[in-house]
Design a protein around this ligand. Structure first.
Ligand code: 2RA
Length: 344
């Protein structure tokens, strides 16, 4: 079958990636419609030789849409997803708005695909740092039984958006040319610096990003009591998040068994060769379908501990690709069907 597909938030960083990936992965589309804010309506966007005129995202536009990818932020999801569901359109949402709602499956297709069957019209996708982390952590959980984990993230500026990418670029050029540095997106200079804050602070001293990693890890892996403590850091990298993970397991671990579990996991690529100084880096894993896992070693701070490093594209596996992979799987399994179109 082929579908009528919509992208809500088509002019944003993730929307643009979705547009390219839908074509690149040949998702079966009879029609593709791009939606954005009134400000962007009327813009013409070209992709794969086709020109699309952006329409305004508003109630009443989802009547003939089979599946709508929402990548326009939580407020647009809260405002329009119910209207889309009422129109019989499947919503695949990237925002954090509905991720923790009990009747909204939060899905990484390599981890908990069975949850796709429980949807009530909306599928949520995890935060990018959670998705990349779990591509390394899940296979190790399956092998050794995860007890708790600590993580520090090294998050690219594209996670903030296109303006942040421009800010990093502008600051680097300013510094190279001994010009003044302009800070608008971040409170500190991001060029040649690290900012230990992603998202806003909560009353417990953790940020929203750090809280999402804990709550989303528990929901996706089905480990409601999992203990998690993370520090999320913005680094001067354009694309791809990296995460250093220290994890404790129930059962005895070994590096060999860990490497085997990673190598056999569909969403991960093992890059772990100390002698050859081979490990994943954000540059190598930008625009890659898989997330690279390396630096696997026994973590001597625990009884059964492993430490590892994972790099993955925050706009792909962290957002657009994961959403599309969910739609691809639902189409393959007949969970997503084209609507019966009203006779023309
Ligand atoms: C970030 N994960 O990197 C958040 C939202 N994309 O800023």
């Amino acid at each position: 079958p082929s579908f009528t597909v919509a992208i809500v938030g088509a002019t944003g960083a993730v929307g643009q990636e979705l547009l390219q990936l839908l074509h690149q992965r040949k998702f079966p589309m009879a029609t593709l419609r791009l939606f954005a804010s009134a400000r962007s309506a009327g813009k013409v966007v070209e992709c794969a030789g086709t020109r699309y005129t952006v329409e305004e995202a508003k109630p009443g536009v989802f009547g003939d849409v089979d599946v709508a990818f929402f990548a326009a932020g939580g407020s647009v999801t809260r405002a329009l997803a119910p209207d889309a569901v009422k129109a019989g359109c499947l919503v695949i949402d990237k925002s954090s708005a509905l991720r923790m709602q009990p009747d909204v499956p939060l899905v990484i297709p390599e981890i908990n695909p069975e949850q796709l069957r429980t949807h009530r019209g909306i599928i949520a996708n995890p935060n990018c740092s959670t998705a990349v982390t779990l591509m390394g952590l899940w296979p190790l959980h399956q092998a050794f039984g995860l007890k708790r984990y600590f993580a520090a993230t090294y998050q690219s500026v594209s996670g903030t958006g296109a303006e942040a990418v421009r800010e990093l670029d502008a600051q680097v050029h300013a510094l190279v040319n001994a010009q003044p540095v302009v800070k608008k997106v971040y409170p500190y200079q991001i060029a040649f610096n690290c900012i230990p804050q992603v998202d806003t602070f909560g009353s417990d001293g953790y940020t929203g990003e750090e809280n999402k990693m804990m709550l989303e890890s528990r929901k996706i892996m089905g480990l409601p009591n999992l203990k998690v403590s993370t520090t999320c850091v913005r680094v001067p990298v354009v694309r791809a998040h990296s995460i250093a993970v220290n994890a404790e397991f129930e059962r005895p671990v070994s590096v060999e068994a860990a490497r085997k579990a990673i190598a056999e996991f569909p969403g991960a690529e093992l890059v772990d060769d100390q002698a050859g100084r081979k490990y994943p880096t954000p540059l190598d894993f930008s625009r890659q379908v898989k997330c690279g896992v390396g630096r696997i070693r026994i973590d001597t701070a625990f009884d059964n501990g492993l430490a590892f490093w994972v790099s993955g594209d925050n706009l792909w596996k962290g957002a657009a690709l994961n959403a599309l992979q969910n739609a691809e799987l639902m189409a393959r399994e007949g969970l997503l069907k084209p609507k019966k179109k009203a006779a023309a």
